[in-house]
Design a protein around this ligand. Sequence first.
Ligand code: SF4
Length: 677
Amino acid sequence: MTAEELFSPQGPLAQEAPDFESRPQQARMAAAVQSALERGGDLVVEAGTGIGKSLAYLLPGALWAASGGRRLQVSTHTRALQEQIMERELPTVARVLRRLGHPLSYAMLMGADNYLCVRRLERLAQSPEFFPDSATFLLRELAVWAKTADTGQRTRLPQLVPQSLWRRICRDPELCLGMGRRGTAQCGRCLYRCDRDRAEKAQVLVVNHALLLSAARLPQSDALVVDEAHTIPEVAAGHFGVIVTPGRFLRLADETAALARRVAMAGGDADGSLAEAQRCAGLCAQEGPLFLRAVASRHGFSERAAEPGGKLLEGPAQGVEPESLAGLEGSLAEVRHLCSDLEDESEAHALQLRVVALRKDLRELFETGSLDTARWVEWFPFGQQDRSESGRLPRGFGFELRAVPLDVSERLSEKLLGPGIPVVMTSATRASGRGLGEFKAQVGMAGASELALDSPFDYRSQAALLILADGPEPSDEAAYAEAVAQRCCDIIPRVPGGVFVLFSSWKMLRRVHGLIKGRIKGRPLWVQGVSGNEALLSDFISAGNAVLLGVDTFWQGVDVPGAALSCVILTKLPFPNFASPIEEARRRWHESFDRSYFECWSLPRAVMKLRQGFGRLIRSAADRGAVVVLDPRILHKRYGETFLEALPPCRRLSTMEELSRFFSGGKPGKRRAKLPR
Ligand code: SF4
């Protein structure tokens, strides 16, 4: 059956999904996906908001898989989309396929640490280690539950398990005895094996980008669809990069000490090696965080800092690692020889491998000669508010060392295109307004066909754009914050529904919040970070007229249909932070090729992000609302035109009075809250 037939107003999808609306863009995307799968080609699709892109690839993809004995793998960035696909879209697709005589099986697979390991659970539940009563009780309850459960997914456990305990009972690939005979003999009924078996049999397998890029052996697939593809370069940079945090030292120390205690309790410590391992673990727990702090201090960190900061790494001053790491590695080798049981020995070996990996990462971090990797140290205050606002100093600082490759195209191409199966990448916003070429080059898919589909929404009647360009420029931070605060106080009372105010930096967000709190009357005013993002969003939707001040996360991937989001105020044009170490490394890297960092990276990123921010406003055909831009540079600078050309064509407003009339003329409160299918 062709894609056009599948998505026709009388087709099988229309009969199985009562809220189905026929959209030409959705059918076009489905036809392009079907053709790519059938001819074995690669495809990049920009699918504007509201097209219903998930069904546009899932339905033809699942039909292709189920009718030909194949497997389609789908990868998403967010858990929310994974769950939407598993809970809403794949059941619909399965009903359509059943109608066509093709039963469909589907499953989801996540990263290793999302699964319970029954072997580790049982060992810990029986361990003589000291735990609080509540933890012992929880472990025993879980062990009983695991005897009859058919999944080891953390989200399906009957109780919440604290992260510190979960680390010790989740599946650890370095400790896993495997899905083969050895694992079966040693582990009995492995719940991860149940999940894995379902994945092996599934015709559609849903994974996430992190797992897709990891070294984990996934069931072989015949085609791959990458949704939320705009995030894949960043996920890849993180995956191919290195991060060293105090937590890595502390966890190693903690687990080594626990193992040494356990081995000593089982067989004694005749030559003192186990006591020595505990001593090395203690040293490592002390020296690791101090080492990171010393690196930060050498790069300009000061105790008096109130803001997060960072600096590109210079070569090492005195060695690239704390001395205790070599001692810890040697000690673990000794512990390994003393282990009488196979489980302890494999744990000692896994810990030893983790020390080796940490030492390798530290060496990699200080190889500062090459320009194609950004290597930097970062510090961030925690505990108290910014001193500039509250007069209080932060309670403490976190430190980390990071390295990320600046160009992941070759590695991505090798990983995704290497197996030679058709690959489809799609997202709502990937183009920066200048076509898909830049994105294709970034992900190593320069040869792929491309398709850009506009949103089916009628932006001219649904959306309005107001640019207020008579204020100060963002470079004058204090004056700009005052102006933004004043504008917010003028705009918000004119909007009957909810308002997002989106910022490019926490510092400006806090400043403006400090200036407007107490001045916004009759509606809730929330700031990102006061609670988890999902809870905050759910409160925002329930309130219907709240104001939410947000940064990065709220520019993209947030879906608030209906009147609960009627106005989006975009403060500063979202250029990447030029002063951050990674952007400095990027600038040096581009300049080493005689390329303009601004033209090739900074401007396209900012344009894409502005489009994403704008995209939060209209989420259904019945939505209506306004975007207000408060950065005068969009009108006064030459590059401003690039931003304006990239936004959807909508009604332009010139004054605040027109904004009031826009809202009083429409009935934003009557809109339907409906998600696109
Ligand atoms: S096979 Fe691996 S995940 Fe399963 S119980 Fe054994 S060690 Fe744990």
